[in-house]
Each structure stands twice: as structure tokens, then as C-alpha cells.
Design a protein around this ligand. Structure first.
Ligand code: HEC
Ligand code: HEC
Length: 350
């Protein structure tokens, strides 16, 4: 055999030995991905197309009106407050402030959560003192640090003065003799919110596309599953389905340096067991909506993750695991729907 033939022979031998090994490795990785996809689908599942409600069926006319009312500042006490002020859709529907600012720069007691993927929770607000998005929209109007209006009647008066709204309310609520009401404002805004879902690489992964997450993100997901994060942050929204104490293993303020300390759901139920209990928040788009926690006390996502493990699970996460989890949480940053990326023209008064 000359040296050329020997060379070729050696290559062929290597290939026959090497390829099965690569094949086996690839097969193992594939099986591990499928296993992970199956496991996480049992706890989460991909986002739906919308978050419908039997009490408030979605219609195009209602959603269109709700989108306009979302931007309407003329129904607030100083003419400057709309939903968009505290939930700017271009900032992933949160305002980036520790605590929101409403009419006359008044401070809200808590941080603005995102309203994307928010309509399918057990309730609305950090302490669950609103039954759902429609109730939330209605009560915003008379919230002193929010729109600050003295009564629902005063809102209806302004809405009826803006003549261009009448045909839009009539179309959205056909057959009603007086469709321009605060209840219909709430239904229309709620309907718009129910369309605001932001599918992300995580959804592609759940639907079987293993390559949608990087290796680091998969490690972060496994860390969250094995560590117990998803016992609270489950559902397609990764949250919104339970109330839990913030600070099970240690008082949360030890780590967040919060002052004052919020009593949480105790304020709603007056039950001692509800002290420092909050709704488990949705984690969709969390990388885009700092600062974190009900009081915006923590700016960095990595720090929020470390604190969660410490006070909710009694674990001191090493930095590599924190950064894997943060990488995974970035895979929850979704695509904002087109209707939320343009602004509507609002009707004229005359
Ligand atoms: C002044 C700022 C401000 C305005 C105006 C405002 N919000 Fe909010 N929003 C907040 C804050 C702060 C919270 C959290 C309140 C709490 O939990 O106590 C919140 C909570 C919510 C929630 C609950 C989300 C969740 O995950 O629990 C929804 C939904 C919501 N707002 C929608 C709206 C809509 C719709 C409007 C307009 C009708 C509106 N908001 C107007 C600041 C504001
Ligand atoms: C026992 C239930 C529970 C467990 C376990 C849990 N969380 Fe939380 N999580 C909560 C609650 C409740 C809050 C709201 C705290 C507050 O601000 O009042 C929260 C808030 C968060 C926030 C802040 C969200 C925001 O928008 O401000 C992040 C991020 C988070 N959790 C991630 C995690 C991670 C990662 C793990 C696992 C290491 C985890 N959580 C484990 C209940 C839990």
C-alpha cells in the first residue's frame, strides 16, 4: 500500500468509528431536549392567541374602541393621564419607574406591572384587589393617584361630550340605548388588553423547536424547574395563578431594603395569614420591565433572581446559575403585536 492509500484508509477507519459516536451524542441531546420540552409543557404550555372572557366576548369593534380609550387622557382630572402613561406599550407596557406617577405627579403605592399577557390571571394588581382587567380599568378612573376623577358620572359626562365616540361605542355595543358608559369603557379597554399576547422564543421551544433556546437558556430553565421556581411561576404566563408570601425563608426587606414594608394582601382580607402575601407575578417580558418587585426596589434582574431563591426557596444560588436563569428569562421577551406599536387617532370634541 502506498502512503496515499494508507492515508485514505485511515480516514475511512476514523469516520466509521467517529460518526456513530457523534450520532449517539446527538441522539442523547435530542432526547434530553424532548424530555425538557415535555416536562415544561406540563407546567407551562405556549401562549394562546388571545385571553378571551365569557363575560366580555372579543369583537373587532370593541377591541378597536378599547385601543383608542387606552390612550385617552381627556377623561382624567388634569387631562394628562391615560393607561398609556403608566403602561407605555413601547416600553413593554410598564413605565420603568419604581412607583407609578399619575395626575399632578402623584405617586402610586406600588410599581406598574406590564399589561402584556396580563388578562388571564386570578385577579389584577399585586395584592389582587381587582377581579380582572375590566374591573381594573373601571376603578383606575376614580383612583386618586391615577386618573383622579371624582365619580364615574363625571367620566361619562366627558366621554359623551367627545362627540366622535358615540358611533364607536354604538358599533362596539350594538342595540344599547346609551352605550357611552363607564362599564362599556371598561369592557372595551379590557377587550383590547385581552388581545395583548407576546409570543417569544420560549413558545417556539414549547412547540418542539429545541434550537429556539440556547444551551445557557436551557440550563437556566432546568435550574428553574429543578429549583422549584415553577411551583409558583407556572402557566403559559409563568405566574398570575397564586398568592404567596414574599419572604418565606427570610423577611423580604432584609434583601430588597424596602421601606416602607408593604403588608400585601392583608390590606384586602385583614387576615393575619395574608401579611406580606402578593400575587405571583407573570414573568413574560420580565427582562424588559425593571425595576422589580411590588415596590420597584430592585433594579437588576440578576439580583431579583438571587433574592427570589434566597427568600422563597431558602437557597443561595451561585452566580453561574443566576446568569443561566437570567438568560432563560430573556427567552420570555416576546414580539409586541402590531396594533400595540402604532397609536390611534382619537375623536374630536366637536
Ligand atoms: C398612574 C399610573 C397608572 C395608570 C394611569 C394606569 N395604571 Fe394600571 N397599574 C398601575 C399600577 C401602579 C399598578 C399596580 C397597582 C397595585 O398592584 O396596587 C397597575 C396595575 C394594572 C394592571 C394589573 C396587572 C397585574 O399583573 O396585576 C392592569 C391590567 C392595568 N394596570 C391596566 C391599566 C389600564 C387598562 C389602565 C387605563 C384604564 C391603567 N392600568 C391605568 C399604574 C397605572
Ligand atoms: C413560593 C412562591 C415563589 C417561588 C418558589 C418563586 N417565586 Fe418569584 N415571585 C413570587 C412572588 C409572590 C413574587 C412577587 C414579590 C413581590 O414583589 O411582592 C415573585 C416575584 C418574582 C420576580 C419579580 C417579577 C417582577 O416583575 O417584579 C422574579 C424575576 C421572580 N419572581 C423569579 C423567580 C425565580 C427565578 C424563582 C426561582 C429561583 C422564583 N421566582 C421562585 C413567588 C415565588
Amino acid at each position: 500500500m502506498n502512503s496515499k492509500v494508507r492515508g485514505l484508509f485511515r480516514i475511512a477507519l476514523h469516520l466509521t468509528l467517529f460518526f456513530p459516536a457523534v450520532f449517539l451524542l446527538a441522539q442523547n441531546a435530542w432526547a434530553a431536549d424532548q424530555d425538557l420540552i415535555g416536562r415544561v409543557n406540563r407546567l407551562c404550555g405556549p401562549l394562546p392567541q388571545a385571553m378571551p372572557s365569557e363575560q366580555n366576548p372579543l369583537t373587532p369593534a370593541k377591541v378597536k374602541l378599547g385601543r383608542m380609550l387606552f390612550y385617552e387622557p381627556r377623561i382624567s382630572i388634569d387631562g394628562t393621564v391615560s393607561c398609556a402613561k403608566c403602561h407605555p406599550l413601547s416600553l413593554y407596557a410598564a413605565d420603568g419607574l419604581k412607583k407609578a406617577r399619575g395626575n399632578s405627579y402623584k405617586e402610586s403605592p406600588r410599581n406598574s406591572p406590564t399589561i402584556f399577557n396580563a388578562a388571564a390571571q386570578i385577579s389584577a394588581h399585586w395584592v389582587g384587589n381587582r377581579t380582572g382587567v375590566e374591573d381594573q380599568a373601571r376603578q383606575s378612573l376614580i383612583g386618586p393617584p391615577s386618573y383622579g376623577m371624582p365619580s364615574y358620572a363625571s367620566v361619562e359626562k366627558i366621554l359623551r361630550e367627545i362627540k366622535g365616540y358615540l358611533p364607536l361605542f354604538q358599533e362596539a355595543f350594538p342595540g344599547e340605548s346609551e352605550p357611552v358608559t363607564v362599564d362599556n369603557f371598561a369592557k372595551a379597554v379590557g377587550a383590547f388588553e385581552r388581545t395583548l399576547v407576546t409570543p417569544a422564543p420560549f413558545d417556539d421551544f414549547l412547540q418542539g423547536k429545541a434550537g429556539a433556546l440556547t444551551g445557557e437558556q436551557k440550563r437556566g430553565l432546568v435550574a428553574m424547574l429543578d429549583g422549584g421556581c415553577l411551583t409558583c411561576h407556572f402557566s403559559p404566563y409563568l405566574g398570575g395563578q397564586l398568592y404567596r408570601k414574599f419572604g418565606i425563608f427570610a423577611p423580604y426587606q432584609t434583601y430588597t431594603k424596602s421601606s416602607p414594608v408593604d403588608e400585601g394582601r392583608f390590606a384586602v382580607t385583614k387576615d393575619e395569614a395574608d401579611k406580606h402575601v402578593f400575587k405571583v407575578p407573570v414573568l413574560r417580558n420580565v427582562a424588559m420591565t425593571p425595576p422589580y418587585f411590588h415596590d420597584g426596589s430592585v433594579e437588576q434582574l440578576a439580583e431579583a433572581v438571587w433574592i427570589m431563591a434566597k427568600v422563597q426557596l431558602g437557597k443561595d444560588l451561585p452566580p453561574e446559575q443566576v446568569s443561566d436563569i437570567v438568560a432563560f428569562l430573556k427567552a420570555l421577551t416576546g414580539r409586541i403585536p402590531a396594533a400595540a406599536l402604532t397609536v390611534p387617532v382619537l375623536p374630536a370634541k366637536q
